[in-house]
Ligand binder design. Structure first.
Ligand SMILES: [Cu+2]
Length: 487
């Protein structure tokens, strides 16, 4: 449902009173007293965690520890807000492992409520996936393990408790999980890869802050859930990234609940997108903007000149035929992170001209075909029932899904346990930025998207995988189904 006219006017007037220094956001749900934070704080870089290698009878296991916990976080300097984080008060470490390695995540829930840890984009057994069945009670623990079996990529982890995902992610539970190739001598080796120096994680989230700097959630039932009035990059408003190299790689994650971004630079300089959700594109793709719906990622490489400053901006996203666009977070441009180049920049390798062709998607004629209609908060006329398995597929089986959004506003689709390929949108080829490996795609109003993939190879009749809308309010309200992979 669109915002009421009154709520829309309230949102518009809230945006109008913001000082130019602050991200002035439309559709923010009517906060009249929005804190303004000028650009200036150094962008924090989440700590890199490569775990420790434990050796047992089964061989080496790269082991990580994640402890979800409550704390406080200052979005506005001097104003503490209730928060949640992994191993700290806000967000979590950047986990990193290589293809072929066995990993184990020792999770210890120090929250006062149950949670799960879902590994978004990871090819893994359903029992390790951290979906809503994998609840960990306060004081409880879990230790999912699997072997990394997919290309290098920027994945992430976040909670997935049915009905409270928006709240837990909104309070700060999210982190990146970077995958590397086992032997990195290919064309990707020329990409900037010094974590925190020229290879920068950017977790972008809108936050709805009240006048005291606290996080609030939209109680109005806005059709997209909470749309924030402030933009945090790695938890910081008005963040500045000092750049010391000629080229910098930004690994951008849209970790917002409902807001869509169209990232580019204020001077409209062009950049190269090098990877989508599940890994490298076939070749660097020159763009002046890349749109990301909630949970999507893009890796981009941008070149700077010594001494200059350039703003990473979000331009009004293309949300299809929504009206008015402001009510769906689409009406305005706003600033996200400022990049300040040093007076002298270290040289960077030239971008390779290609990374290598991706394998052809599975062919429709050999695949099981399924149809999913997204409408309201339902998929195929049903809301999520934890006790209902919607279908069962064979391990590794080829699948082609037709996914229709019949609503006049946006949804998106995430499938657990796999990376898929987008075959077409309303019968036309996908834009090149969505032609590579994907685990989440936008579903614009009245669009039909067709995707192809192979089912996970892990048979397990008991534990299901999820597919759902990743607008977190929709997900919490039950816009989700589940499947098992059987023999
Ligand atoms: Cu949705």
């Amino acid at each position: 449902m669109p915002l009421t006219r009154r709520a829309f006017l309230r949102a518009a007037s809230a945006a109008a009173v913001l000082a130019p220094a602050a991200p002035a956001l439309a559709g923010c749900g009517g906060t009249e007293d929005v804190p303004t934070v000028p650009f200036g704080a150094r962008l924090p870089i989440p700590p890199l965690d490569q775990g420790t290698v434990e050796t047992s009878d089964g061989g080496p296991v790269r082991t990580f520890r994640l402890a979800p916990q409550a704390g406080t976080h200052e979005y506005v300097p001097g104003k503490a807000a209730e928060s949640m984080g992994y191993n700290g008060a806000y967000l979590g470490p950047t986990l990193r492992a290589a293809r072929g390695e066995k990993v184990r995540i020792r999770i210890e829930n120090r929250l006062s409520e149950a949670t799960t840890v879902h590994f978004h984009g990871m090819a893994l057994p359903a029992a390790a996936d951290g979906g809503p069945h994998a609840m960990i009670d306060p004081g409880g623990s879990a230790a999912p393990e699997w072997t990394i079996d997919q290309p290098a990529a920027t994945l992430w982890y976040h909670p997935h408790p049915h009905g409270s995902t928006e709240k837990q992610v909104g309070l700060g539970l999210a982190g990146l999980f970077l995958l590397d190739e086992a032997h990195d001598g290919g064309p990707a080796a020329a990409l900037p890869h010094q974590y925190g120096v020229d290879d920068i994680p950017l977790i972008i989230q809108d936050r709805r802050l009240d006048g005291s700097g606290k996080v609030t959630f939209d109680p109005s039932g806005n059709s997209l859930g909470t749309l924030g009035n402030s933009i945090a990059a790695n938890g910081t408003l008005g963040a500045v990234l000092p750049v010391t190299t000629q080229r910098v790689r930004l690994r951008i994650l849209n970790a917002s609940a409902g807001r869509w971004f169209r990232f580019g630079f204020a001077d409209r300089r062009r950049f190269h997108m090098v990877a989508s959700d599940g890994g490298l594109l076939a070749a660097p793709l020159e763009l002046d903007a890349v749109q990301l719906s909630p949970a999507e990622r893009a890796e981009i490489v941008v070149e700077l000149r010594p001494g200059e400053s350039v703003m990473l901006r979000s331009f009004a996203p293309d949300l299809g035929r929504v009206s008015p666009p402001d009510a769906f977070g689409g009406g305005r441009d706003f600033d996200v992170v400022r990049l300040d180049a040093a007076a002298s920049l270290a040289p960077s390798s030239a971008l390779p001209s290609a990374f290598g062709a991706l394998p052809a998607p599975v062919e429709a004629r050999t695949a099981t075909s399924r149809s999913f209609t997204f409408s309201g908060r339902q998929i195929n006329g049903r809301t999520m029932d934890m006790g209902r398995i919607d279908f069962t597929a064979a391990p590794g089986a080829p699948e082609v899904w037709f996914v229709d959004n019949v609503n006049p506003y946006q949804h998106n689709l995430h499938v657990h346990g796999v990376q898929f390929r987008l075959l077409d949108i309303n019968g036309a080829p996908p834009p090149p930025e969505r032609a590579g490996w994907k685990d989440t795609i936008p579903l614009l109003p009245r669009e039909r998207n067709r995707i192809a993939f192979r089912m996970p190879r892990y048979a397990d009749a008991e534990h299901p995988y999820m597919y759902h809308c990743h607008l977190l309010t929709h997900e919490d309200q039950g816009m989700m189904g589940q499947f098992t992979v059987g023999t």
